[in-house]
Each structure stands twice: as structure tokens, then as C-alpha cells.
Design a protein around this ligand. Structure first.
Ligand SMILES: *Cc1c(COP(=O)(O)O)cnc(C)c1O
Length: 348
């Protein structure tokens, strides 16, 4: 458990519950490099089914699931397009360039919203040996650095119908697609079907200690499986982790609504005291961005003042603090965070 009264640093902080640990201890396992771990096979099939795809591949991290997906679609020297705040271009430490020879170009987005016109304006296809060829567009839903923003299905469909004609593939970074699904009621499959590949995280709000799944066509996943081994992430009796993922799917999806309700309550209470710091109508899931600079504070300074009040948040940039709700943050921790944040903002 966290030493802080309200630990809102990230939804990756969750620790496995007693029930999850029991499921892990009881898992049937085998050697997954030989494709013989029944629990991994069950998890992969289950997630693929939920997202409307043929096959899935378990990976230790979301970054690896994304990177395996990207390299399936983009050859060395080609490019991917994403918004400038996307995890694949900001937080994967240049992996697409380092491992796959992929160049990236970005469009600017407001709060991580998908701007279809801006994305399409960058698409460059059929330009022979003169310019870099666009092979892939990456969409992130919900959008992390955008503040948990949900990308509407209609907008995704608009982009998909345009890119299909251009021969450009689409990958979904769905680390928090579960949150988008719970907040909107749109079936996971409806989102999943609009993409060639999708990655989802089990270790964020769903509460598993480790694990992501990449889904796609059978052929795509067969190829990703070879690359996973080449990267050194072929794992053996990893069913003990897959069991945590299955437990998370059974128990922790619908409860994300509680995280969303707490985030909304926090946002409304903070905005009431400091309307310049955030617009609560922009809070769509479990993430709240607070513009502490609008209250005359630096983000590092505000984060330090909150730590003194036993609240932990993440300084995403010089202006903003990010607060993330998850299953280890309850109502009383939320109340405590509200008081502490109002207090700190008033000091600015
Ligand atoms: C957390 C996250 C990932 C994956 O992160 P890992 O730490 O590699 O598991 C990918 N995309 C987004 C949007 C994320 O928030």
C-alpha cells in the first residue's frame, strides 16, 4: 500500500488484491514459448474476442505491445503519424526509430482529441523515392497526456474510411480503452474493429501487476510472436501473470466507473475553488489535469506542496499536474486530495 493518503501519481500503482493473488497462485501453467501455457492462451483468446480480432499476444509491457504493432505496419524508412502528445512518440523513448527504423510526424491536438483533418493533411502516399511514405496512423484512446480524453467512435470511423482508400493502416494504443468503454457504453469490439491492431494494458486501472495484450489478424500476431521472442520477451510459465489479467477482466472493468465518478467529483470541487485551474467539463474518465500555473504556481512547486500534505501527483509539464484515479483510491482519499489541492492552489 502507498505511504500517501491520496496517491494519484498513476493508475499503474495498483497492487494485486487478495483475490487476484489467489487466482495467480492457482493458475495452470506451461511453457509459453512453445505455446503451451493454457492460461496465457485463454487470456489472448479472450482479449482478441473482446476486441473483435482473430488473435492476441501477451506482452510484459504496453510499450512492447505498441512497438510490436507499429513494426508490423511500417517498414524501415517509412513513417507513422500520431498526435504530438501520443505515448508512442512522447513516452516510448524513441523505440520506433531505435528498433524499427520508423520516422514519426505529428499533428498538434487539443487535449488529445483526434483531429481528422490535421491527420489527413500529413498523409503522404505514392511519392516514389522523393518523400517519406506514410504507412500508419496511431490513435490513443483514452488519451493519457491529453487528460483521459475519449476519442469518439464516430471520429475514428471518419478517419478509418479516409485511410482505407489511401492504404494507410491504423493502430490503436488502447492502454485505457477499458475506461473509454465504461464511460461511453460503446462496446470494446466497436472500437477494436476500426483498427488493424490494438494494444490494451492490464496493469493500469484493471489492477494486474504486469501485462498487456496486442490483438490483430492471425497472420499479424504470428509475426509479432517472432519479434517478441527476438526482443527477448518470450516468456515461459507466464500463466501466473495471465491469470491476474483474466481476474482483472472478470472483476475490474465495470468498477472503473467509480474511478470516473471520483475524478469528476474532485474536478468539480477544485474548479469551484479555482475555476482558472481547470474546466470540469473536460474531465471524461479517470484523469484530471490541473493547470497550477494559472494559479501562479510552478508544477514542481505545487507537487512538492502536495507531498507535504500526503498527496502525490505527477508534474506532466511546467504548467500542469496530473491526478489519476484507480482502485486503490477511495472516497476518503479523494476528499483528502480535494482539501489539499484547494489549499495549495489558494497559496499561489
Ligand atoms: C501506460 C501506457 C502505455 C504502456 O506503458 P508501459 O509502461 O510500457 O506498460 C502505452 N500507452 C499509453 C497511452 C499509456 O498510458
Amino acid at each position: 500500500m502507498s505511504e500517501f493518503r491520496a496517491d494519484l501519481l498513476s493508475d499503474t500503482l495498483t497492487t494485486p488484491s487478495e483475490g487476484m493473488r489467489a487466482a495467480m497462485a492457482a493458475a495452470r501453467v506451461g511453457d509459453d514459448v512453445f505455446g503451451e501455457d493454457p492460461t496465457v492462451l485463454e487470456l489472448q483468446e479472450r482479449v482478441a474476442g473482446l476486441l473483435g480480432h482473430e488473435a492476441g499476444l501477451f506482452t510484459p509491457t504496453g510499450s512492447l505491445a505498441n512497438q510490436l504493432g507499429l513494426r508490423l505496419h511500417v517498414s524501415p524508412g517509412q513513417e507513422l503519424l500520431a498526435d504530438s502528445g501520443a505515448h508512442v512518440v512522447r513516452a516510448e523513448l524513441g523505440a520506433a526509430a531505435t528498433f524499427s527504423g520508423i520516422t514519426s510526424r505529428t499533428w498538434r491536438s487539443e487535449r488529445g482529441r483526434l483531429d481528422v483533418a490535421a491527420a489527413l493533411e500529413l498523409v503522404t502516399v505514392g511519392v516514389g523515392p522523393y518523400q517519406v511514405e506514410t504507412a500508419l496512423i496511431v490513435v490513443e484512446n483514452t488519451h493519457n497526456f491529453g487528460g483521459g480524453t475519449i476519442v469518439p467512435l464516430e471520429t475514428i470511423r471518419e478517419l478509418r474510411s479516409a485511410t482505407t482508400g489511401l492504404g494507410v493502416a491504423m493502430h490503436l494504443d488502447g492502454a485505457r480503452l477499458w475506461n473509454a468503454h465504461v464511460a461511453t457504453g460503446v462496446p470494446l469490439e466497436s472500437y477494436g474493429r476500426e483498427f488493424d491492431t490494438v494494444s490494451v494494458c492490464l496493469s493500469k486501472g484493471l489492477g494486474a501487476p504486469i501485462g498487456s495484450v496486442l490483438v490483430g489478424s492471425r497472420a499479424a500476431i504470428d509475426e509479432a510472436r517472432v519479434w517478441r521472442k527476438r526482443y527477448g520477451a518470450g516468456m515461459r510459465q507466464v500463466g501466473i501473470l495471465a491469470a491476474a489479467g483474466l481476474y482483472a477482466l472478470d472483476h475490474n472493468i465495470e468498477r472503473l466507473a467509480d474511478d470516473h465518478a471520483r475524478a469528476a467529483r474532485f474536478a468539480a470541487a477544485v474548479a469551484e475553488a479555482a475555476p482558472e485551474a481547470l474546466d470540469p467539463s473536460t474531465v471524461e474518465s479517470n484523469i484530471v489535469m490541473v493547470d497550477v500555473a494559472a494559479c501562479g504556481l510552478g508544477s514542481a512547486q505545487a507537487a512538492a506542496a502536495l507531498l507535504e500534505r500526503s498527496v502525490r501527483a505527477y508534474a506532466v509539464d511546467a504548467r500542469r499536474l496530473r491526478f489519476v484515479w484507480h482502485l486503490d483510491v477511495d472516497d476518503s482519499a479523494t476528499d483528502h486530495a480535494i482539501d489539499a489541492v484547494r489549499d495549495v492552489l489558494a497559496s499561489g
